[in-house]
Design a protein around this ligand. Structure first.
Ligand code: HEM
Length: 437
């Protein structure tokens, strides 16, 4: 499509959204994320109805909170906004009935709460704090220093093995590889098993037919294999003295050593997805954003000291986790609306990150912003992302190594996006590297 045809299409889509009655606006639609069509919806909600009641649709009923400061107010108040009801949007009752009728054995998302697995991201203090403390040392500044040369060596090897002058999928060959290698090291797993982590992470997050597994039986079998693998690792680490990897930390940590299987596996799912999809999608997002903004790429090439702020800008611009959910423990006034005790409240980080009352020119990708770390992508409050420095480190290293090798990376076509209201990212991105430096 020509540039003017693209602009016309964007304007038409925006006009259509603005013609809808405000109460009918529903941003919780996977296809809007798959098609990158969510922006006018969020723009209008922020302006006209920033704390918006969303009745049951494919997802459970909830308040959609879309402004930066309202999101902060929710995220930093865990006494009123609890994580124990699950931290991502679960299906509506109607959707559950449909899923059951189609033979589904697991109807909730992995973070949906209720009967789903228990994990510390879906707990409130004090239990949350104790379990978080157990795993935090794995990503402490001290441990990151130790990991840095290993990540750099791997990033170099991955980049040196890329084909030159022919198309390939950046998501598969680079983003998935690097993040899977890092996570396998964190878990203390053999490197040859690393791509299981990518597969399991995608499998947990998708429904049969979404491209990972075809049937519920297949999904159940893969869940069992995933659980079996990590239960074996647990048994192995229990039998040995404490080591520095995450499974050993959980197996020997005071607050976690007596966890039941479900709690252990819940935390493994949390760390698998936390450590995998988010960073992977930011790496791919940085390639995409710099391609769409050649002036910013030229700035970066001229001044590689901008890498850390470019990384933060990508994390804001991409917002790898589009939302987090809470449940109100009491009635609460927010943005002129009364949230009732028991209501679901969804913080749309992806929208808060585009709020122009807080971030100047927020839709633009600008790698030398004054306050690049001013974004909501890692959350705030007691659940603020534990792995944020590790994510930034991987991004920084891969870009230092890219700039040392390649003059440019061309994105050949629009990437395929993940059809999810939660993980905001890319299934594949065809690129070509014309030549080495
Ligand atoms: C929590 C985003 C990378 C592990 C979170 C939260 C967000 C987030 C939004 C919840 C914050 C809240 O509720 O206030 C991201 C993004 C990443 C990233 C955007 C990459 C760019 C990682 C990595 C790891 C990780 C690499 C693993 C080492 C976790 C864990 C939690 C968490 C364990 C739960 C923290 C808690 O409940 O206390 N992350 N994350 N994340 N993340 Fe990340």
């Amino acid at each position: 499509m020509s540039e003017s045809a693209t602009l016309d299409a964007v304007k038409d889509a925006r006009d259509e959204v603005y013609a809808l009655p405000i109460e009918s606006l529903n941003v919780a639609q996977s296809k809007l994320f798959r098609d990158d069509a969510i922006w006018p919806y969020f723009e209008r909600l922020r302006a006209e109805d920033p704390v918006h009641w969303q009745p049951a649709s494919d997802f459970e009923p909830h308040w959609a909170v879309t402004r930066y400061n309202d999101i902060m107010a929710v995220d930093t108040n865990h006494a009123v906004f609890s994580s124990e009801g699950g931290i991502s949007l679960g299906p509506s009752e109607e959707m559950i009935a449909k899923l059951v009728a189609s033979g589904a054995q697991m109807t909730g998302g992995p973070f949906g709460g209720g009967a789903g697995p228990t994990m510390f991201i879906a707990m409130d203090p004090p239990k949350h704090d104790e379990q978080r403390k157990t795993v935090s040392p794995a990503v402490s500044p001290h441990n990151l220093k130790i990991m840095e040369p290993l990540i750099r060596e791997r990033a170099g090897t991955i980049l040196d093995n890329l084909p030159i002058g022919e198309p390939f999928d950046w998501v598969d060959k680079v983003s998935m590889e690097l993040t899977a290698m890092t996570l396998a090291t964190l878990f203390g797993m053999p490197q040859e098993d690393r791509r299981n982590l990518t597969r399991w992470s995608d499998m947990v997050m998708s429904r049969p037919g979404d491209g990972v597994v075809d049937t519920w039986e297949e999904k159940r079998a893969e869940m069992a294999a995933y659980a079996g693998y990590f239960l074996n690792l647990w048994a192995d680490r229990k039998a040995k003295p404490p080591e520095g990897d995450l499974v050993s930390m959980l197996a020997h940590g005071e607050a976690t050593k007596d966890m039941n299987q479900f709690e252990y596996l819940g935390n493994i799912i949390l760390l698998t997805i936390g450590g995998n999809d988010t960073t992977r999608n930011t790496i791919s997002g940085s390639i995409y954003a710099l391609n769409k903004n050649p002036d910013q790429f030229a700035k970066l090439r001229a001044n590689p000291d901008l890498i850390p702020s470019m990384v933060s800008e990508t994390i804001r611009w991409q917002t790898p986790l589009a939302h987090m959910k809470r449940v109100a423990t009491q009635d609460y006034e927010l943005g002129g609306k009364t949230i009732k005790k028991g209501d679901n409240v969804v913080m749309w980080y992806v929208s808060g990150n585009r709020d122009d009352s807080v971030i100047e020119n927020p839709n633009a990708f600008i790698i030398d912003r004054e306050r690049p770390r001013q974004h909501l992508s890692f959350g705030f409050g007691v659940h603020r992302c534990v792995g944020n420095r590790l994510a930034e480190l991987q991004l920084k290293i891969i870009w230092e190594e890219i700039l040392a090798r390649f003059p440019e990376i061309q994105v050949l076509e629009e990437p395929q996006r993940v059809p999810s209201t939660f993980v905001k990212g890319y299934k594949s991105m065809q690129v070509m590297i014309p030549r080495k430096l």
